[in-house]
Design a protein around this ligand. Structure first.
Ligand code: ATP
Ligand code: MG
Length: 237
């Protein structure tokens, strides 16, 4: 089996005339946790949206051995490329369980869905306790757990995580990070976008730094953490 799960080549994309992403080359191997870091407006969310096929692109995206550059959002989702969106985007008025089940609405294997639901509840006991609660009435951390659970219900091969820690207390972020590491240990590859650059690089295998829509650095995560340029620009050291 090819050990490259995602390959992006010369990707250029934008919302109007001027591109917000230019000539992006990235690669994610099976089992890796790769961090994508950069300041506000650098283009991180846009890149994830390109991968999820929510934006037209130039260049090439190959996922799990298949060229998906022209594929639909639905098709890549079914293929196992699943985004955990910035801001969670839950259905506020629906119950936790109904939100979780939305993640599996591309599947028809009822028994498998049941099993996966129980696995999500085992991973997030708090979600099991709150399965009948309205999602919008939970805390931010609980909503993030619900959003992660929903993404897992799609049986992702690659999970794109956008700003998981945003607005959450450090102790909650730590819990979420532990769960993400567990998910990764269970075989899910992760591409992690984070404002908290230290958090991301601390847990990642490799990282890419995006500035103004371009990849300016690519290296092992520990080397990026020790890189004086990165320290100065992003870590306040
Ligand atoms: N829907 C949109 N329409 C037009 N321009 C957009 C849109 N979304 C983002 N942009 C622009 O694209 C650029 C990249 O934005 P993007 O949201 O991808 O950055 P980001 O790295 O995720 O930033 P943040 O850290 O704030 O989440 C910015 O200049 C932004 O203003
Ligand atoms: Mg963003």
């Amino acid at each position: 089996m090819n050990d490259v799960l995602l390959r992006v080549e010369r990707l250029t994309a934008g919302y109007g005339e001027a591109p917000v992403l230019q000539d992006i080359d990235i690669e994610v191997r099976r089992g890796e946790l790769v961090a994508l870091v950069g300041s506000n407006g650098a283009g991180k969310t846009s890149l994830l949206r390109c991968l999820s096929r929510l934006m037209p692109v130039q260049g090439r995206i190959v996922f799990d051995g298949v060229d998906v550059t022209e594929a639909s959002a639905d098709a890549v989702y079914r293929a196992g490329l699943v985004q955990l969106p910035e801001g969670r985007q839950l259905f506020d008025r629906m119950s936790v369980e109904d939100n979780l089940l939305m993640g599996a609405n591309n599947r028809s294997d009822k028994a498998g869905i049941r099993t996966d639901l129980e696995r999500v509840y085992a991973l997030f006991p708090r979600m099991a306790e709150r399965r009948r609660q309205i999602a919008g009435s939970m805390s931010g951390g609980e909503q993030q757990m619900c959003a992660m659970g929903r993404a897992l219900m799609a049986r992702p091969k690659l999970l794109l995580v956008d700003e998981m820690s945003l607005g959450l207390a450090p102790v909650v972020v730590e819990q979420l990070m532990d769960i993400l590491l567990q998910v990764r240990a269970d075989g899910v590859t992760v591409l992690l976008v984070e404002q908290d650059i230290h958090l991301a690089l601390e847990h990642a295998d490799r990282g890419y730094v995006v500035e103004n829509g371009r990849i300016v650095l690519a290296d092992a995560a520990d080397r990026l953490l020790g890189n004086p340029e990165v320290q100065r620009a992003y870590l306040g050291i």
